[in-house]
Design a protein around this ligand. Structure first.
Ligand SMILES: [Zn+2]
Length: 310
């Protein structure tokens, strides 16, 4: 595939810095969120010139998990651009045909590249893991992050009442515009206390966590009885304490989530193509300025996705 756009993810930063117990083969090409045009024959229905975006998950396709439609539980599951599959910070990328998702003409390459990883992650967390129900109260941390902006939209789409956190007035206003019912300034307000106040001390049914150590205790405290907390990341650190009395007495569920299945992306994509889910693009850079783009992500100045254009 000829790459036209590739969105950044926090994973790109982790790869570059290095992760304990993770071997990154060299040379390495990052980039998990890719859109472009087919070159060469792919499949009877995916001809040269066809505009596509890519499923970011790679799996064996033959194991029980894969064949049960849970490909993100495959023992050989990998994210495009992470370790053994060179990614989209490139002019060309090669993927299995089952990773191709044709896109309609009205969707730009930049928008298409901004969609897959974060919306797939948010969809799997909310719909599959947390079993979100219409009317649930949902707390989404870090509205300006890729997962945050996607989770607000997916939760709102499914009839949830969304509470979102961010660190600047501008980001809080944008979170409201995406569907957040109430917003919390995490630099000035205590998240757990604000949730208690806003829900008349009940707490929220679902917490979407990915911040980690800095917010973990407050995220757990914000849960209602029977609440579900789903985490897909630990940006500020991987250690989180848990009060076991609160866990059993309040019947809490704490769940991990990693990416999502190919089928889930195909389902989310319907809402994307219909205009009901819209990836928020913060800004774009040419591929040559990938370092500048990563710098912007490290400084957390963005709201939504940073995209490289090739
Ligand atoms: Zn498999």
């Amino acid at each position: 595939m000829r790459v036209r756009a590739c969105a950044l993810n926090h994973l790109d930063l982790w790869e570059r810095r290095g992760l304990p117990h993770v071997a990154i083969p060299m040379p390495h090409i990052s980039g998990s969120d890719v859109a472009g045009e087919i070159v060469g024959a792919a499949a009877p229905d995916v001809v040269p010139g066809r505009r596509v975006m890519l499923q970011p998950g790679m799996s064996c396709g033959r194991c029980a998990a894969c064949l049960s439609g849970r490909d993100n539980e495959c023992a050989r599951y990998e994210v495009l651009g992470y370790r053994n599959h060179p990614g989209g910070y490139a002019e060309y990328v090669k993927v299995p045909v089952q990773n191709l998702v044709p896109i309609p003409d009205e969707i730009s390459f930049v928008e298409a590249a901004a969609f897959p990883l974060t919306f797939l992650t948010a969809w799997h967390m909310l719909i599959t893991r947390a079993q979100l129900k219409r009317g649930d109260d949902v707390l989404v941390l870090a509205a300006g992050s890729g997962v945050g902006q996607a989770a607000i939209q997916v939760a709102f789409l499914h009839g949830a009442r969304v509470f979102a956190t961010a660190g600047t007035p501008e980001k809080l206003a944008r979170a409201r515009a995406l569907g957040a019912y109430e917003v919390i300034d995490h630099r000035r307000q205590d998240i757990a206390e604000e949730i208690a106040r806003l829900t008349n001390k009940r707490g929220v049914d679902v917490v979407i966590e990915h911040v980690g150590e800095a917010t973990w205790a407050k995220s757990v405290r914000a849960m209602a009885r029977g609440g579900r907390l789903v985490t897909c990341g630990a940006t500020t650190g991987a250690n989180g304490a848990l009060n076991l009395q609160a866990l059993f007495a309040k019947q809490l569920s704490i769940m991990g989530s990693y990416m999502g299945t190919k089928g889930e992306l195909m389902r989310a994509v319907r809402f994307f193509f219909a205009g009901q889910l819209k990836p928020v693009v913060d800004c774009t850079y040419p591929l040559a300025d990938a370092a500048v783009a990563q710098q912007r992500m490290e400084e957390s100045g963005q709201f939504g996705k940073i995209v490289l254009e090739v």
